[in-house]
Design a protein around this ligand. Sequence first.
Ligand code: EPU
Length: 338
Amino acid sequence: MKFESDFSLKPYNTFGIDVKAKLFVRFDNVQELQDLLQRPEVKEEQKLILGGGSNVLFTKDYDGIVLQNGIKGMEVVQEDEKFAYVKAGGGEVWHNLVLFSLEHNLGGIENLSLIPGTVGAAPLQNIGAYGVELKDVFHQLEAVHLATGELHTFDAEACRFGYRESVFKHEAKGEYIVTAVILRLHKQHQLNTSYGAIKTTLEEMQVQQPTIHDVSAAVCHIRRSKLPDPAQIGNAGSFFKNPEIPTLLYDVLKEQYPDMPAYPVSEATVKVPAGWLIEQCGWKGKVVENYGVHKNQALVLVNYGGAKGENVVKLAYDIIQSVQEKFGITLHPEVNIL
Ligand code: EPU
């Protein structure tokens, strides 16, 4: 294991923000990680675990040690008539796991195609897209407890999944490194094509009886057309969460804004697309020097090159304020601001 000091994190965050870590080290298996955690120089430092760096916005240099998860490997570990249990290393690229599932003709994560980031980061925010969330296929995860070095197993209940939420963003924040995730994937496929854009895209592709491969292709097409590729334009996907508001407030707003979309969450609340709210406030496509709001999806903030994290944060807070003033709705960032 090689310790690097004063290490540039620019290639390690999809926003492409140029900050440095005091120390940086990568581990490739659980044993290496456990050995690392025993070392005094690691014990004393504050620690940051980086997966694909696709959900962070750095606003300053990191005064501690960055641990990069390099644990690879994907295999079917158990199967029965209906399901195959696939175990993947926390350092695997998420989309490679989607490709693995397609190659093995296993259904359940085709709607989650092309989500940036790693397998180990996926449960932290219960990644989701086009009507599917990780929790729908999640079986277990293995994670090393930073303070003791012990390997613990979490089932879905212990993970306390919610909309872009888990125990790892709350009570257990910063306490664990996810070393492996085990998914329960379907041998008999149950496609979820309820999302409008998927239906339309499959029609355009002239697919009558879609397979998991077709759904994945449709999702890739939609994402490529709406969301900027971090390899070209720095970004961290949705910057904000879609806010949940009382149905009563929605009914009032709907009188004033008849086009306002919403999805029911419960009898008392609905979820409103933050992208719509931000667009209504005139931010879509806004360019401020070398950063701004993406032209095809107002929920995504972008770095055109050389932007400072603190400037992007300032933009985020200006957006929050204008949505608050216009609609009385508070937006919350989905991205971790460090
Ligand atoms: N909309 C606008 N203007 C915009 C963006 C969206 O009016 O600039 C409207 C759309 O017309 C549509 C609605 O908002 O009526 C929903 O838009 P979209 O289908 O693009 O989804 P979203 O709610 O904006 C969420 C996730 C995405 C995920 C998509 C598809 C969150 C915070 N974001 O976005 O996740 O890909 O649904 O399922 O829940 C991510 O987390 O990084 C991410 C990209």
